[in-house]
Design a protein around this ligand. Sequence first.
Ligand code: PRP
Ligand code: MN
Ligand code: MG
Length: 180
Amino acid sequence: MNNDIERVLYSQDDIKAACQRLGAQLTQDYAGKKPLVIGVLKGVIFFMTDLLREMDLMADIDFIDVSSYHGGTASSGQVTLEQDISVDIKDRDVIIVEDILDSGRTLAYLKNLLEARNPRSFKICTLLDKPEGRTVEAKADYVGFDVPNEFLVGYGLDYQEFYRNLPYVGVLKPEVYANK
Ligand code: PRP
Ligand code: MN
Ligand code: MG
């Protein structure tokens, strides 16, 4: 698996530092509150667990499963809800956690879906933000790294559902796509 990587963009240490920085910021911003942290499956799993352990807060956790890429390297444009959250978010301080914000479609969809349920506040935290990918308006409140317009894998991000368990974020070798 590691042989398929052309270069590492963010190492384990880089990611750890970003989690510490964002966790400290959230700890400060949500002091005295009990935020509900909602992870967007599946890409978020590693960031979600690392970020939460850097938050010194009474936070509870839920997940929502939506899909937009359907295995390819470009967003299909179609967002589908695979599994909804399991709690009522009315009057809650909601923090959506994502691995990457790209076209913005996933977050635009989630914002529309969840803000209608009247949370007290609604913020978005993403490890990676790819501003050049945007096709609809979407903005994160907390960002780990602004990333270049390249297809990335690792630390939750997949290519055809694989490479999620790389401990770093990297760029695949072009021949990996060519061989598919
Ligand atoms: C990826 C990624 C984000 C979303 C970002 O998820 O994890 O959730 O796409 O792209 P967008 O801004 O263009 O909507 P994907 O739909 O591939 O599902 P996955 O997390 O299960 O891989
Ligand atoms: Mn995702
Ligand atoms: Mg994906």
